[in-house]
Design a protein around this ligand. Structure first.
Ligand SMILES: NC(=O)c1ccc[n+]([C@@H]2O[C@H](COP(=O)([O-])OP(=O)(O)OC[C@H]3O[C@@H](n4cnc5c(N)ncnc54)[C@H](O)[C@@H]3O)[C@@H](O)[C@H]2O)c1
Length: 330
């Protein structure tokens, strides 16, 4: 059992606490928010106490790992402070805002021989894992191209001064919210991006930071990804890989917040279209437990640090491209 502190007790921090209640590998022993009083009842119901000071979390000798569910611009410094206090880190996406920042954070983690994990739970969804297995087995031939979409309209009801809508915390409109998940999946297929073009527009909402993102990414090892993330249309989620021998699409049946499972569709050259239906599964908990397994040395954490860096480097390039209108080389 790994004793963890959940830092940031908003929407996602509480989601994580509720999921960990079902885990035999992790236990929440502390929670942190800027105003601890707000969540004292929630913490009591879930068997831990709240504090208002990150330093107090880091000084708590029971805490072996922190789970960072805080605004994006805080992640880098919070990772580094945790590592200096000898705590393992599970950090929500994005790990940091720039390539330099993620490299600095990982350097401190590695210098202290600690584990780091990132909240890219889409990698742990059973149909995505099946897609990756089939791709690695050569079933689809040479991978050529990705088309992916992660859109939703949940942010339309947020107050306009919410941090998630600010240019500082969420540059690139939908990028840090949903786009980064499909960017991460694309990197798990093709590795580092070589150059990209990204456009973010405010087309259909009051979200001045932009509600519609479209990006074209070219990867160093070959292959392209066409990525779409919209914040002003109802939920859609799909990830499709096209290869020389066939293609597979994984489509969400509903928003991950109210999951209904997935459909995996496959077409191989000369063959019929086949489908597999998947029941919902908490990939967020699977990811958290993979982190626990890495700390306990049962299995290495499956997301390589090179891909954590590649993801943030591509995110940074997308933000630059969206701001300048230029194609950005990495
Ligand atoms: N993996 C996913 O699918 C997923 C889904 C939702 C959110 N997230 C991520 O979770 C993180 C939090 O998002 P959210 O939607 O829960 O936001 P939120 O606004 O609901 O919660 C953020 C929390 O952080 C707290 N906070 C602010 N400054 C702090 C500080 N200096 N120290 C400690 N706590 C501080 C706030 O009080 C708040 O409780 C973000 O990184 C977001 O991208 C990931």
């Amino acid at each position: 059992m790994i004793n963890v502190a959940v830092v940031g007790m908003g929407w996602w921090g509480k989601t994580v606490v509720n999921l960990i209640q079902k885990s035999s590998k992790l236990r929440v022993v502390a929670g942190m928010n800027l105003n601890a009083k707000l969540d004292e009842d929630f913490a009591r119901e879930h068997g831990f106490h709240m504090v208002s000071d990150y330093a107090e979390v880091l000084a708590d000798s029971r805490v072996e790992a922190v789970i960072l569910c805080t605004p994006h611009s805080l992640h880098k410094d919070q990772i580094i402070a945790a590592a200096r206090a000898n705590k393992h880190v599970f950090c929500e996406k994005p790990l940091a805002m720039t390539r330099d920042d993620v490299e600095q954070a990982l350097e401190v983690i590695n210098a202290h021989h600690l584990q780091i994990a990132v909240g890219h739970e889409r990698r742990f969804e059973p149909p995505i894992q099946e897609l990756m297995r089939r791709l690695k087995s050569g079933l689809l031939g040479v991978p050529l191209h990705i088309e992916a979409n992660f859109s939703q309209d949940k942010f339309l009801t947020l107050p306009l001064d919410n941090w998630r809508l600010s240019a500082k915390e969420a540059p690139g409109g939908p990028l840090t919210a949903t786009g980064i998940h499909i960017l991460d999946l694309s990197i798990s297929v093709f590795g580092e991006a070589e150059k990209l073009w990204c456009s973010v527009k405010q087309l259909g909402s009051q979200l001045v930071n932009g509600d519609t993102l479209s990006a074209m990414v070219q990867f160093k090892q070959g292959g392209h990804a066409l990525l779409t993330a919209i914040l002003a249309t109802p939920f859609d989620g799909r990830f499709a890989v096209y290869g020389t021998k066939g293609w597979i699409e994984v489509r969400d049946k509903a928003h991950p917040g109210t999951p209904e499972g997935w459909t995996l569709t496959q077409v191989l050259s000369g063959g019929e279209k086949t489908r597999i239906e998947y029941e919902p599964c908490s990939s967020v908990l699977v990811n958290l437990e993979a982190f626990a397994d890495a700390i306990d040395q049962r299995a290495p954490y499956p997301v390589p640090q090179t891909q954590m860096i590649a993801n943030i480097a591509a995110m940074e390039a997308m933000i630059r491209s969206a701001a300048t209108g230029e194609i950005v080389s990495l």
